[in-house]
Design a protein around this ligand. Structure first.
Ligand SMILES: [Mg+2]
Length: 341
């Protein structure tokens, strides 16, 4: 690198956080958890902890304003933040919304944005308390912050996985990536069939797994938890890094929807790649003590009528994410979505 100035492209998102977070995580007061998990954690009242998360959505990077409806954008901007509260086992309480709006934006666009937001607000009980509004010269920018709460004993972190734990997910993987691929090839598509509609909906209206997170965090044996925002390839690496462990993933066990299977066959997508590296599913990814897993999976099924699929195992091989297909190691062709590269 001699003579060449580093740019943000060289660092990538992981490198950026590693470089600049160091001085902000040292010497925090007792009971405060700063940068490094899905939410910051602060002391709150009684046996409750306060959770704080924020997410930035930029037109052209995280969404395409000419493709997504304003209702879906309003819904999704809140959903992605609620998913981080879910990952800690928490309950969302308050939200703040800051939005940069291009001049000439129609008021009915904004009405629809807030209609979408309100639909999810009503379902989850979160209340909007404030934010900021400004003019934008380059597309919409939406920043949401959500505050939530969790009982201290139910708080789940990324840093508590242990070798031998079962790795599992609360939903199907790759649906949102499938939806995104359909959006990007839209000009070539005819009218969307039921499978296409399913994947598009999963992309535009992600369901934050709040009930699942609250249920799982109260169960014995649940150790580390994170939400699937960038794809399990990236999100498993976050658990590995924070827990100082390794993980092996069984590719043939990744849960995929029938709609995704059909679209992969129809459009020639690699199903394993879409499931392992596709982002924005917003289900939960967790590790569970092996002796507790069968009972937990049974309870989860009775409550949510979905399988808790065991997709891998935590190992003591530090920093190693290994993919196996029927017990044989394989190298995936693509890693998760990195925001700066
Ligand atoms: Mg997250």
């Amino acid at each position: 690198m001699s003579g060449k100035k580093l740019t943000i492209n060289d660092l990538g998102e992981f490198g950026f956080i590693a470089r600049f977070s160091r001085c902000f995580t040292r010497n925090l007061p007792g009971g405060v958890l700063g940068i490094g998990d899905d939410c910051a954690v602060l002391p709150w009242k009684g046996d409750l902890k306060l959770l704080v998360t924020t997410d930035l959505l930029v037109d052209g990077v995280h969404f395409l304003s000419e493709k997504i409806s304003p209702q879906d954008l309003g819904y999704k901007a809140l959903a992605v933040n609620l998913s981080d509260i879910a990952a800690m086992g928490g309950r969302p309480r308050w939200a703040f919304l800051s939005i940069a709006i291009p001049p000439g934006t129609r008021i009915d666009w904004l009405d629809d944005f807030f209609r979408g937001w309100r639909q999810l607000e009503k379902k989850t009980g979160v209340r909007l308390l404030g934010g900021d509004t400004t003019r934008s010269k380059a597309g919409f920018v939406v920043n949401v912050a959500v505050l939530g709460e969790v009982r201290a004993k139910n708080l789940k972190l990324r840093s508590t996985a242990r070798p031998g734990d079962v790795v599992t997910v609360t939903g199907t993987l790759g649906d949102s990536e499938g939806g995104l691929r359909l959006i990007l090839r839209e000009s070539e598509n005819g009218r969307p069939g039921p499978e296409e509609k399913f994947l598009l909906r999963r992309h535009y209206r992600p369901h934050p797994h709040l009930e699942e997170g609250q249920f799982l965090s109260s169960q014995p044996g649940v150790r580390a938890m994170i939400d699937v925002s960038d794809g399990i390839d990236s999100d498993l690496r976050r658990i590995i890094e924070r827990s100082g462990c390794g993980i092996e993933v069984y590719l043939e066990k990744l849960p995929v929807s029938p709609a995704l299977e059909k679209c992969c066959a129809k459009y020639g997508w690699n199903l394993e790649e879409v499931a392992a590296a596709g982002g924005e599913d917003y289900c939960l990814l967790l590790t569970v003590a092996p002796e507790k897993f069968p009972e937990l999976a049974g309870k989860f099924y009775r409550r949510f009528k979905r399988q808790l699929a065991a997709i891998g195992r935590v190992t003591d091989r530090k920093n190693q994410l290994i993919y196996l297909r029927h017990q044989k190691p394989v190298t995936p062709g693509k890693t998760g979505f990195d925001h700066f590269k």
